[in-house]
Design a protein around this ligand. Structure first.
Ligand SMILES: [Zn+2]
Length: 147
């Protein structure tokens, strides 16, 4: 897997990010419980230069809250398992009645870009098929996840 990105091409950084995506718990809150496939809670964390990565797991299908990066942080990451899916599924139904449901956006949200700037570290968003990197100046870059 060669993206040309130093952290994505280094398994010691890449694997913890992939694990965070793959091991996320279900979001079983009302409005999402019962969906098939289940909604997953966003997760995220930070890695230092030695590829020691923390993982924060108290997210939900729409967000994960990270504290300020610890000293020595070289990157931040979080997951977006729900992109393109309806934000809520009233009564457990996935079919919209009358008007379309709001859906989770694809790629970086404005809060994602603002947070990357505030934290001053490179941010990675692990998505179903893509990985988006946001540079500390807010510039996004997109990579195919499985190539
Ligand atoms: Zn995000």
């Amino acid at each position: 897997m060669t993206t040309g990105d130093r952290y994505l091409d280094d398994p010691s950084f890449r694997q913890p990010m992939e694990n965070s995506y793959n091991e996320a718990p279900d979001d079983v809150r009302p409005g999402r419980a019962g969906a098939r496939p289940p909604y997953k809670a966003e997760q995220g964390g930070y890695c230092n230069a030695a590829a020691t990565c923390s993982s924060v797991t108290q997210g939900n299908a729409g967000e994960v809250t990270l504290q300020a990066p610890p000293d020595g942080t070289v990157l931040s990451y979080h997951t977006h398992q729900s992109e393109g899916r309806p934000v809520d599924i009233p009564n457990g139904r996935l079919k919209a009645q009358g008007k379309p449901y709001d859906r989770f956006g694809k790629g970086a949200s404005q809060p994602d870009i603002d947070n990357a700037k505030d934290r001053g570290v490179t941010t990675y968003i692990i998505r179903p098929k893509m990985i988006t990197r946001i540079d500390p100046d807010g510039t996004p870059h997109h990579y195919k996840r499985f190539e």
